[in-house]
Design a protein around this ligand. Structure first.
Ligand SMILES: *Cc1c(COP(=O)(O)O)cnc(C)c1O
Length: 363
């Protein structure tokens, strides 16, 4: 039995999986329509030449840009495509005219590879204080800090790679804008998963995770009226991927984005309720955190290698999850966790099987 009433529809739109895929935070499973669109365009490129094939799809690309822009609260002309979220961040940082020694404030869930990009450019990085044990930004403390000092920008992962905690991005934007500080939001784990209209100056994300588009596509959107505007070159190389992403986004909009977000939040809750405490594995989010990323701290005494061993044993049983290490969120601590990220077609039976397997691997 599907946890969500959208499960049947989501499942029917896809190939029957060979495994129980509980790993949308790594890469969601694309629908048959997405795969068909990508491959059809590759055939057209061979038939008509890549540039002619691209021109033939100009209307679709314009519509796709409107759809993506709608998801993140930007306008289509503010949006450009890149190969990945990381490429989008690099484009932003390369194109932006920031002071020599820039300061950026980040949340504790900041994605490790993003920190590498900041350090490589010599930025001074400062972590924002948490308001709770789950790593949500303390917005009161932020408001207070900003009275005394302003960074060149705030960068926040709306949802990180190692926790299902959803950051209060809209509130952070509101506070930061009061004192003229721009906000950049990494929505790689957020878009297609949680509501992403926040008013952030810059938003970037990826196709392959919750949107279940193809790999190899990301996007970057910079508000024209941003507190720190920047011109970004249009880059349209992987047209087949862009078209595939467009179909994936249209599928979300067809169901209704708010409905998708609500159902995914319900799935996160059901997963946490089912797994918390099993074999002494502990859920690390609030049970009702409105996201479908669930992380489990291992039983006492488990080391990094044990978490990886647990992941491998689950995989042998046909259950795909991620052993997430601290490089993903180095400011949040050093422990490894098991990350479970089901998409809309997860069933109660699959969660039961996961719980049974975890029980035999804990205490
Ligand atoms: C996956 C991820 C990225 C990187 O996405 P790519 O498209 O692979 O570059 C960035 N930030 C977060 C929080 C992620 O989870």
């Amino acid at each position: 039995m599907y946890v969500s009433e959208l499960g049947e529809q989501f499942h029917r739109a896809r190939l029957e999986p060979a495994i129980t895929h509980l790993d949308a935070a790594s890469a969601g499973r694309s629908s048959n329509a997405v795969i068909g669109t990508v491959s059809a365009h590759l055939w057209r490129e061979a038939e008509r030449g890549s540039y002619v094939a691209a021109d033939d799809r100009a209307a679709e690309i314009a519509r796709d840009k409107r759809d993506i822009a709608q998801l993140i609260g930007h306008t289509p002309d503010e949006l450009t495509y890149r190969e990945s979220a990381r490429a989008a961040l690099r484009t932003l940082l390369t194109s932006w005219s920031l002071p020599m020694a820039s300061t950026v404030w980040v949340a504790k869930n900041e994605f490790g590879p993003n920190l590498v990009e900041f350090e490589r450019r010599g930025y001074a990085v400062r972590p924002l204080p948490d308001g709770d044990v789950y790593g949500h930004v303390d917005t009161d403390a932020l408001e207070n800090m900003l009275q005394f000092e302003q960074p060149d920008f705030i960068h926040v992962c709306h949802v990180g790679s190692m926790s299902g905690a959803v950051q209060p991005v809209a509130r952070i934007v509101e506070i930061a804008h009061q004192v003229g500080v721009p906000v950049v939001a990494d929505m790689a784990q957020a878009v297609g998963h949680v509501p992403t209209v926040t008013g952030a100056d810059v938003v970037y994300g990826t196709s392959r995770k919750w949107l279940t588009g193809p790999r190899g596509v990301g996007f970057l959107a910079v508000r024209r009226d941003s507190l720190r505007p920047v011109e970004v070159d249009a880059s349209q190389s992987f047209i087949a991927g862009m078209l595939g992403l467009g179909v994936a986004v249209s599928e979300v909009l067809q169901i209704g984005q708010q409905r998708v977000f609500r159902e995914l939040a319900g799935i996160g809750r059901a997963t946490r309720e089912r797994l918390d405490g099993i074999g002494s594995w502990q859920v690390l989010e609030p049970i009702d955190e409105p996201s479908a990323i669930v992380t489990l701290a291992p039983p006492p005494g488990f080391q990094r290698a044990d978490v990886h061993q647990a992941r491998d044993k689950l995989f042998e049983l046909g259950l795909l999850v991620t052993a997430a290490d601290s490089w993903r969120a180095p400011l949040a601590g050093e422990s490894s966790v098991l990350r479970i990220s089901p998409h809309l077609d997860v069933t109660r039976e699959q969660l039961d099987r996961l719980a049974d397997a975890l029980r035999t691997m804990g205490y």
